[in-house]
Design a binder for this molecule. Sequence first.
Ligand code: ASP
Ligand code: MG
Length: 411
Amino acid sequence: MSRLVMKFGGTSVANVERIRNVARHVKREVDAGHEVAVVVSAMSGKTNELVAWTREAGSHANNTEYDAIVASGELVTAGLLALVLRDMGMKSRSWQGWQVPILTDDAHGAARIEKIDGRGLVEGFGSAEVAVIAGFQGLHAKTNRVTTLGRGGSDTSAVALAAAIGADRCDIYTDVDGVYTTDPRVVPKARRLDRVSFEEMLEMASLGAKVLQVRSVEMAMVHKVRLYVRSSFDDPADPKLGTLICDEEDIMEQQVVTGIAFSRDEAQITLRDVKDKPGVAAAIFGPLAEANINVDMIIQVVSDDTTTTDLTFTVTGADFDRAKTILEGQRGEIGFTRLHGTSDVVKISAIGVGMRSHSGVAARAFRALAEKGINIRAITTSEIKFSVLIDEPYTELAVRTLHTLYGLDAR
Ligand code: ASP
Ligand code: MG
Protein backbone atom coordinates (compact mmCIF):
# COMPACT_ATOMS: atom_id res chain seq x y z
CA MET A 1 0.00 0.00 0.00
CA SER A 2 1.25 3.44 -0.90
CA ARG A 3 0.09 6.93 -0.15
CA LEU A 4 -0.51 9.01 -3.29
CA VAL A 5 -1.30 12.57 -4.23
CA MET A 6 -3.02 12.83 -7.61
CA LYS A 7 -3.39 16.31 -9.11
CA PHE A 8 -5.70 17.11 -12.02
CA GLY A 9 -5.41 20.32 -14.04
CA GLY A 10 -8.11 22.47 -15.61
CA THR A 11 -8.55 20.61 -18.89
CA SER A 12 -8.84 17.30 -17.00
CA VAL A 13 -11.82 18.63 -15.01
CA ALA A 14 -13.31 20.85 -17.72
CA ASN A 15 -16.82 19.39 -17.32
CA VAL A 16 -18.65 16.73 -15.33
CA GLU A 17 -17.97 14.05 -17.93
CA ARG A 18 -14.24 14.67 -17.62
CA ILE A 19 -14.53 14.73 -13.84
CA ARG A 20 -16.07 11.27 -14.14
CA ASN A 21 -13.03 10.23 -16.13
CA VAL A 22 -10.78 11.63 -13.38
CA ALA A 23 -12.78 9.58 -10.87
CA ARG A 24 -11.93 6.43 -12.84
CA HIS A 25 -8.23 7.20 -12.45
CA VAL A 26 -8.79 7.68 -8.72
CA LYS A 27 -10.78 4.44 -8.50
CA ARG A 28 -7.93 2.51 -10.08
CA GLU A 29 -5.56 3.63 -7.32
CA VAL A 30 -8.13 3.10 -4.56
CA ASP A 31 -8.88 -0.41 -5.85
CA ALA A 32 -5.15 -1.13 -5.77
CA GLY A 33 -5.32 -0.42 -2.03
CA HIS A 34 -3.61 2.98 -1.97
CA GLU A 35 -4.41 5.94 0.25
CA VAL A 36 -5.35 8.78 -2.05
CA ALA A 37 -5.46 12.56 -1.75
CA VAL A 38 -6.59 14.36 -4.89
CA VAL A 39 -5.83 18.00 -5.67
CA VAL A 40 -7.92 19.73 -8.31
CA SER A 41 -7.69 22.92 -10.35
CA ALA A 42 -10.66 24.97 -11.48
CA MET A 43 -12.38 23.94 -14.72
CA SER A 44 -10.33 25.25 -17.64
CA GLY A 45 -11.08 28.88 -18.42
CA LYS A 46 -12.78 29.39 -15.04
CA THR A 47 -9.94 31.22 -13.32
CA ASN A 48 -9.50 33.54 -16.30
CA GLU A 49 -13.19 34.34 -16.17
CA LEU A 50 -13.02 35.08 -12.44
CA VAL A 51 -9.93 37.25 -12.88
CA ALA A 52 -11.68 39.22 -15.62
CA TRP A 53 -14.66 39.81 -13.35
CA THR A 54 -12.49 41.08 -10.51
CA ARG A 55 -10.82 43.50 -12.94
CA GLU A 56 -14.19 44.71 -14.11
CA ALA A 57 -15.16 45.29 -10.47
CA GLY A 58 -11.92 47.14 -9.71
CA SER A 59 -9.82 44.45 -7.99
CA HIS A 60 -6.64 46.50 -8.04
CA ALA A 61 -7.71 48.23 -4.90
CA ASN A 62 -8.10 45.01 -2.97
CA ASN A 63 -6.08 41.83 -3.29
CA THR A 64 -7.85 40.06 -0.45
CA GLU A 65 -11.15 40.09 -2.32
CA TYR A 66 -9.35 39.11 -5.53
CA ASP A 67 -8.21 35.96 -3.74
CA ALA A 68 -11.63 35.32 -2.22
CA ILE A 69 -13.11 35.41 -5.70
CA VAL A 70 -10.54 33.53 -7.79
CA ALA A 71 -10.23 30.76 -5.17
CA SER A 72 -13.85 29.82 -5.83
CA GLY A 73 -13.18 27.94 -9.07
CA GLU A 74 -11.38 25.13 -7.26
CA LEU A 75 -14.12 24.81 -4.65
CA VAL A 76 -16.58 23.78 -7.32
CA THR A 77 -14.40 21.08 -8.86
CA ALA A 78 -13.43 19.67 -5.44
CA GLY A 79 -17.09 19.28 -4.50
CA LEU A 80 -18.05 17.82 -7.86
CA LEU A 81 -15.28 15.23 -7.82
CA ALA A 82 -16.15 14.18 -4.26
CA LEU A 83 -19.76 13.71 -5.38
CA VAL A 84 -18.81 11.66 -8.42
CA LEU A 85 -16.45 9.48 -6.37
CA ARG A 86 -19.27 8.72 -3.92
CA ASP A 87 -21.56 8.00 -6.83
CA MET A 88 -19.01 5.41 -7.96
CA GLY A 89 -19.08 3.76 -4.55
CA MET A 90 -16.00 5.29 -2.90
CA LYS A 91 -15.86 7.18 0.36
CA SER A 92 -14.86 10.76 -0.28
CA ARG A 93 -15.10 14.34 0.92
CA SER A 94 -13.98 17.72 -0.35
CA TRP A 95 -11.58 20.00 1.53
CA GLN A 96 -11.24 23.73 1.00
CA GLY A 97 -7.78 25.11 1.64
CA TRP A 98 -8.65 26.64 5.03
CA GLN A 99 -10.28 23.41 6.20
CA VAL A 100 -7.11 21.32 5.86
CA PRO A 101 -5.66 23.87 6.78
CA ILE A 102 -3.06 24.95 4.23
CA LEU A 103 -1.47 27.97 5.90
CA THR A 104 0.28 30.64 3.88
CA ASP A 105 1.83 34.05 4.28
CA ASP A 106 -0.25 37.10 3.36
CA ALA A 107 1.19 37.80 -0.10
CA HIS A 108 -2.24 37.78 -1.70
CA GLY A 109 -2.20 36.61 -5.31
CA ALA A 110 1.21 34.93 -4.89
CA ALA A 111 1.15 33.51 -1.39
CA ARG A 112 3.72 31.02 -0.13
CA ILE A 113 2.71 27.93 1.77
CA GLU A 114 4.13 28.00 5.30
CA LYS A 115 2.58 24.98 6.92
CA ILE A 116 0.11 22.20 6.19
CA ASP A 117 -1.58 20.17 8.87
CA GLY A 118 -2.42 16.94 7.06
CA ARG A 119 -3.81 15.11 10.09
CA GLY A 120 -7.43 15.40 9.02
CA LEU A 121 -6.68 13.89 5.64
CA VAL A 122 -4.65 11.07 7.12
CA GLU A 123 -7.41 10.30 9.60
CA GLY A 124 -9.79 9.89 6.66
CA PHE A 125 -7.38 7.41 5.03
CA GLY A 126 -8.02 5.17 8.06
CA SER A 127 -11.55 4.60 6.80
CA ALA A 128 -10.51 4.53 3.12
CA GLU A 129 -11.83 8.04 2.52
CA VAL A 130 -10.49 9.82 -0.55
CA ALA A 131 -9.60 13.43 0.28
CA VAL A 132 -10.36 15.88 -2.54
CA ILE A 133 -8.55 19.15 -1.91
CA ALA A 134 -9.12 22.46 -3.68
CA GLY A 135 -5.76 23.48 -5.14
CA PHE A 136 -4.35 26.98 -5.59
CA GLN A 137 -5.54 28.30 -2.21
CA GLY A 138 -4.67 28.63 1.41
CA LEU A 139 -5.40 30.62 4.52
CA HIS A 140 -3.51 33.46 6.15
CA ALA A 141 -4.32 32.56 9.73
CA LYS A 142 -3.67 35.87 11.48
CA THR A 143 -6.03 37.83 9.25
CA ASN A 144 -8.34 34.84 8.65
CA ARG A 145 -8.33 35.52 4.92
CA VAL A 146 -8.22 33.17 1.95
CA THR A 147 -5.07 33.43 -0.18
CA THR A 148 -4.09 32.10 -3.61
CA LEU A 149 -0.70 30.84 -4.70
CA GLY A 150 -0.32 32.49 -8.12
CA ARG A 151 -1.44 31.21 -11.50
CA GLY A 152 -0.76 27.53 -11.98
CA GLY A 153 -0.55 27.22 -8.20
CA SER A 154 -2.39 23.93 -7.78
CA ASP A 155 0.78 22.12 -8.84
CA THR A 156 2.40 23.65 -5.78
CA SER A 157 -0.57 22.71 -3.59
CA ALA A 158 -0.16 19.10 -4.72
CA VAL A 159 3.57 18.89 -4.11
CA ALA A 160 3.28 20.65 -0.74
CA LEU A 161 0.56 18.23 0.33
CA ALA A 162 2.62 15.26 -0.83
CA ALA A 163 5.49 16.48 1.34
CA ALA A 164 3.21 17.19 4.31
CA ILE A 165 1.54 13.77 4.37
CA GLY A 166 4.68 11.89 3.39
CA ALA A 167 3.23 10.62 0.11
CA ASP A 168 5.21 8.02 -1.82
CA ARG A 169 4.41 9.77 -5.07
CA CYS A 170 2.81 12.90 -6.49
CA ASP A 171 1.23 12.41 -9.91
CA ILE A 172 0.46 15.58 -11.86
CA TYR A 173 -2.20 14.66 -14.43
CA THR A 174 -2.47 17.05 -17.32
CA ASP A 175 -3.44 17.11 -21.00
CA VAL A 176 -0.04 15.94 -22.24
CA ASP A 177 1.54 12.61 -21.39
CA GLY A 178 4.74 13.97 -19.91
CA VAL A 179 7.53 16.48 -20.27
CA TYR A 180 8.81 16.91 -23.81
CA THR A 181 12.17 17.98 -25.19
CA THR A 182 10.31 21.07 -26.38
CA ASP A 183 6.75 22.14 -27.20
CA PRO A 184 5.42 19.48 -29.63
CA ARG A 185 3.19 22.09 -31.26
CA VAL A 186 6.32 23.89 -32.45
CA VAL A 187 8.50 20.86 -33.11
CA PRO A 188 6.49 17.81 -34.20
CA LYS A 189 9.62 15.72 -33.67
CA ALA A 190 9.76 16.60 -29.95
CA ARG A 191 10.25 13.52 -27.76
CA ARG A 192 8.70 12.66 -24.43
CA LEU A 193 11.36 12.34 -21.75
CA ASP A 194 11.23 9.38 -19.36
CA ARG A 195 13.17 11.27 -16.72
CA VAL A 196 14.20 14.85 -16.11
CA SER A 197 16.28 16.07 -13.19
CA PHE A 198 14.77 18.53 -10.72
CA GLU A 199 17.30 21.17 -11.70
CA GLU A 200 16.59 20.84 -15.40
CA MET A 201 12.86 20.92 -14.82
CA LEU A 202 13.26 24.02 -12.69
CA GLU A 203 15.11 25.77 -15.51
CA MET A 204 12.66 24.56 -18.14
CA ALA A 205 9.69 25.79 -16.11
CA SER A 206 11.38 29.13 -15.38
CA LEU A 207 12.35 29.58 -19.02
CA GLY A 208 8.94 29.08 -20.52
CA ALA A 209 7.84 25.41 -20.42
CA LYS A 210 4.34 25.67 -18.98
CA VAL A 211 3.85 22.12 -17.81
CA LEU A 212 4.56 22.78 -14.09
CA GLN A 213 4.51 25.86 -11.88
CA VAL A 214 8.11 26.80 -11.00
CA ARG A 215 7.47 26.77 -7.27
CA SER A 216 6.13 23.24 -7.37
CA VAL A 217 9.42 22.02 -8.83
CA GLU A 218 11.43 23.94 -6.23
CA MET A 219 9.37 22.38 -3.52
CA ALA A 220 9.65 18.86 -4.93
CA MET A 221 13.41 19.30 -5.15
CA VAL A 222 13.75 20.47 -1.56
CA HIS A 223 11.43 17.83 -0.11
CA LYS A 224 12.51 15.04 -2.47
CA VAL A 225 8.97 14.34 -3.67
CA ARG A 226 8.76 11.72 -6.43
CA LEU A 227 6.94 13.68 -9.07
CA TYR A 228 5.37 12.32 -12.25
CA VAL A 229 3.83 14.32 -15.09
CA ARG A 230 1.27 12.14 -16.88
CA SER A 231 -1.93 12.33 -18.89
CA SER A 232 -5.49 12.15 -17.60
CA PHE A 233 -6.56 11.33 -21.15
CA ASP A 234 -4.86 7.92 -21.04
CA ASP A 235 -7.19 4.97 -20.58
CA PRO A 236 -7.85 4.94 -16.81
CA ALA A 237 -7.54 1.14 -16.90
CA ASP A 238 -4.15 1.18 -18.58
CA PRO A 239 -2.35 4.48 -18.12
CA LYS A 240 1.27 5.27 -18.90
CA LEU A 241 3.58 6.49 -16.18
CA GLY A 242 4.65 9.71 -17.94
CA THR A 243 7.81 11.60 -17.03
CA LEU A 244 9.53 11.22 -13.67
CA ILE A 245 11.12 14.36 -12.23
CA CYS A 246 13.94 13.07 -10.05
CA ASP A 247 17.48 13.51 -8.76
CA GLU A 248 20.21 13.79 -11.33
CA GLU A 249 21.85 10.60 -9.98
CA ASP A 250 18.77 8.61 -10.90
CA ILE A 251 19.21 9.34 -14.60
CA MET A 252 21.41 6.83 -16.38
CA GLU A 253 21.96 8.28 -19.80
CA GLN A 254 22.42 11.99 -19.58
CA GLN A 255 22.27 14.03 -22.76
CA VAL A 256 24.30 17.22 -23.01
CA VAL A 257 21.12 19.15 -23.78
CA THR A 258 17.85 17.80 -22.40
CA GLY A 259 15.37 20.35 -23.65
CA ILE A 260 14.74 23.60 -25.50
CA ALA A 261 12.42 26.11 -23.83
CA PHE A 262 11.16 29.40 -25.14
CA SER A 263 9.31 32.37 -23.76
CA ARG A 264 7.48 34.93 -25.86
CA ASP A 265 6.72 37.00 -22.78
CA GLU A 266 9.86 39.10 -23.10
CA ALA A 267 10.60 42.74 -23.85
CA GLN A 268 13.87 44.47 -24.55
CA ILE A 269 14.72 47.98 -23.41
CA THR A 270 17.74 49.94 -24.59
CA LEU A 271 18.96 53.17 -23.04
CA ARG A 272 21.19 55.21 -25.35
CA ASP A 273 24.06 57.41 -24.20
CA VAL A 274 23.86 56.65 -20.52
CA LYS A 275 26.62 58.39 -18.55
CA ASP A 276 29.53 55.99 -18.07
CA LYS A 277 30.21 56.58 -14.39
CA PRO A 278 29.79 54.81 -11.05
CA GLY A 279 26.25 54.56 -9.72
CA VAL A 280 24.44 54.56 -13.04
CA ALA A 281 23.49 50.88 -12.99
CA ALA A 282 22.13 51.39 -9.49
CA ALA A 283 20.10 54.38 -10.67
CA ILE A 284 18.55 52.24 -13.40
CA PHE A 285 17.99 48.91 -11.70
CA GLY A 286 17.26 50.14 -8.18
CA PRO A 287 13.90 51.73 -9.00
CA LEU A 288 12.92 48.73 -11.17
CA ALA A 289 13.67 46.35 -8.31
CA GLU A 290 11.67 48.49 -5.91
CA ALA A 291 8.72 48.20 -8.27
CA ASN A 292 9.15 44.39 -8.24
CA ILE A 293 10.19 44.32 -11.87
CA ASN A 294 12.55 41.45 -12.61
CA VAL A 295 15.37 42.28 -14.97
CA ASP A 296 16.81 39.31 -16.81
CA MET A 297 19.47 39.74 -19.49
CA ILE A 298 21.74 42.79 -19.22
CA ILE A 299 24.23 44.03 -21.80
CA GLN A 300 26.36 47.08 -21.35
CA VAL A 301 28.28 48.26 -24.36
CA VAL A 302 31.76 49.60 -23.83
CA SER A 303 31.94 53.02 -25.38
CA ASP A 304 34.99 54.45 -27.10
CA ASP A 305 34.59 58.01 -25.87
CA THR A 306 34.27 56.67 -22.27
CA THR A 307 31.78 59.33 -21.24
CA THR A 308 28.59 57.60 -22.36
CA THR A 309 27.50 54.04 -23.02
CA ASP A 310 24.44 52.04 -24.19
CA LEU A 311 22.64 49.68 -21.89
CA THR A 312 20.23 46.94 -22.97
CA PHE A 313 18.21 44.61 -20.77
CA THR A 314 15.06 42.52 -20.77
CA VAL A 315 11.96 42.42 -18.59
CA THR A 316 8.78 40.35 -18.93
CA GLY A 317 6.20 41.53 -21.44
CA ALA A 318 3.82 42.21 -18.57
CA ASP A 319 6.26 44.65 -16.94
CA PHE A 320 7.29 46.40 -20.17
CA ASP A 321 5.09 49.50 -19.95
CA ARG A 322 5.63 49.94 -16.24
CA ALA A 323 9.41 49.69 -16.67
CA LYS A 324 9.41 52.33 -19.42
CA THR A 325 7.37 54.73 -17.30
CA ILE A 326 9.69 54.29 -14.31
CA LEU A 327 12.81 54.86 -16.42
CA GLU A 328 11.37 57.96 -18.07
CA GLY A 329 10.70 59.25 -14.56
CA GLN A 330 14.37 58.68 -13.64
CA ARG A 331 15.72 60.33 -16.75
CA GLY A 332 17.32 63.16 -14.80
CA GLU A 333 19.17 60.75 -12.52
CA ILE A 334 20.24 58.29 -15.21
CA GLY A 335 20.86 60.80 -17.97
CA PHE A 336 20.13 58.81 -21.13
CA THR A 337 19.36 60.49 -24.45
CA ARG A 338 16.91 57.95 -25.86
CA LEU A 339 14.91 54.93 -24.71
CA HIS A 340 14.02 52.20 -27.24
CA GLY A 341 11.93 49.21 -26.48
CA THR A 342 10.29 46.28 -28.22
CA SER A 343 8.24 43.34 -27.08
CA ASP A 344 8.66 41.53 -30.42
CA VAL A 345 11.43 39.41 -29.00
CA VAL A 346 11.59 35.86 -27.73
CA LYS A 347 14.01 34.11 -25.42
CA ILE A 348 15.13 30.66 -26.50
CA SER A 349 16.99 28.51 -24.00
CA ALA A 350 18.79 25.19 -24.09
CA ILE A 351 18.93 23.29 -20.81
CA GLY A 352 20.98 20.30 -19.73
CA VAL A 353 23.04 19.25 -16.72
CA GLY A 354 25.52 17.84 -19.25
CA MET A 355 26.64 21.40 -19.95
CA ARG A 356 28.59 21.30 -16.70
CA SER A 357 31.04 18.83 -18.17
CA HIS A 358 30.98 19.82 -21.85
CA SER A 359 32.40 23.02 -23.28
CA GLY A 360 31.43 24.78 -26.47
CA VAL A 361 27.77 23.78 -26.25
CA ALA A 362 26.48 27.33 -26.67
CA ALA A 363 29.04 28.19 -29.34
CA ARG A 364 27.56 25.47 -31.57
CA ALA A 365 24.14 27.11 -31.23
CA PHE A 366 25.45 30.55 -32.15
CA ARG A 367 26.93 29.11 -35.34
CA ALA A 368 23.79 27.16 -36.23
CA LEU A 369 21.56 30.19 -35.71
CA ALA A 370 23.88 32.38 -37.77
CA GLU A 371 23.71 29.88 -40.62
CA LYS A 372 19.91 30.35 -40.63
CA GLY A 373 20.35 34.12 -40.71
CA ILE A 374 18.99 34.59 -37.19
CA ASN A 375 20.41 37.58 -35.36
CA ILE A 376 21.11 37.24 -31.64
CA ARG A 377 20.25 40.33 -29.61
CA ALA A 378 21.44 39.15 -26.21
CA ILE A 379 22.94 36.08 -24.57
CA THR A 380 23.04 34.76 -21.02
CA THR A 381 24.57 31.58 -19.73
CA SER A 382 24.69 29.71 -16.47
CA GLU A 383 25.94 26.33 -15.37
CA ILE A 384 23.23 24.22 -16.98
CA LYS A 385 21.62 26.50 -19.54
CA PHE A 386 22.12 29.26 -22.03
CA SER A 387 19.57 31.65 -23.48
CA VAL A 388 19.49 33.83 -26.56
CA LEU A 389 17.15 36.70 -27.29
CA ILE A 390 16.02 36.88 -30.91
CA ASP A 391 13.30 38.48 -33.03
CA GLU A 392 9.93 36.86 -32.46
CA PRO A 393 9.22 35.86 -36.09
CA TYR A 394 12.19 33.46 -35.94
CA THR A 395 10.93 31.57 -32.89
CA GLU A 396 9.95 28.36 -34.61
CA LEU A 397 12.95 28.22 -36.90
CA ALA A 398 15.31 28.79 -33.98
CA VAL A 399 13.68 26.21 -31.71
CA ARG A 400 13.70 23.61 -34.49
CA THR A 401 17.29 24.37 -35.38
CA LEU A 402 18.51 23.88 -31.81
CA HIS A 403 16.34 20.80 -31.30
CA THR A 404 17.96 19.14 -34.30
CA LEU A 405 21.45 20.43 -33.49
CA TYR A 406 21.51 18.75 -30.08
CA GLY A 407 20.16 15.44 -31.35
CA LEU A 408 16.75 15.75 -29.68
CA ASP A 409 14.57 14.96 -32.73
CA ALA A 410 12.57 11.75 -32.47
CA ARG A 411 13.80 9.16 -34.89
N1 ASP B 1 -6.88 27.57 -11.45
C1 ASP B 1 -5.63 28.24 -11.20
C2 ASP B 1 -5.11 28.83 -12.49
O1 ASP B 1 -5.73 28.71 -13.52
C3 ASP B 1 -4.63 27.36 -10.56
C4 ASP B 1 -4.20 26.16 -11.37
O2 ASP B 1 -4.90 25.75 -12.30
O3 ASP B 1 -3.17 25.58 -11.07
O4 ASP B 1 -4.08 29.44 -12.48
MG1 MG C 1 -1.19 24.12 -14.69
